[in-house]
Design a protein. Sequence first.
Length: 203
Amino acid sequence: MGALRIAVFASGQGTNFQAIADAVQEGKLDVTIELLVCDKPAAPVVERARKAGVDTFLFTPKEYPSREAYETEIIVELERRGIELIVLAGYMRIITSVLVEPYYGRMINIHPALLPAFPGVNGIGQALSYGVKLTGVTVHYVDGGMDSGPIIAQRAVEVLDDDTQSSLTERIQAAEQALLPEVIQHIAQGRVSLDGRHVTVRR
């Protein structure tokens, strides 16, 4: 079986993109990153992709009449490259059924909280404000809802008494960068199965 062909969607710094690219470079991932999709052409992740030799599809959402319009273009790019798995890694746009339906079960997202707690934007800030003692990261399938898809894997991160948004973010990001490549490798090895809301990862 050949390497799994993936596309990474990101909007910002691209630290998770970099973690995936580094894992590929180090021979720890049986995947090839065929495409970066980014809705902010000036985002730092674009330069990371260039340095990694990864093709990019860059777009500005306000230039399109609807989300569905740019997602239709994205699907053309994905199909052209035979993408088998979409990885949302800090992609800050809502996904519509145009993309979800053809790729359901083949699209994952990483979220900086222990879902179903603190979905949506600023999961780290939400956890701090609420006063939880434990938060973390979640990798889940995308189902079109707000961080509501079936959960594949989670990793806990302790919230310390003196944590600030910045200090907690640093540890959350470290957990993300460890967990996301691990999950991608499990999928590449065919060890992840989805049954309704329940995901099994064979050891």
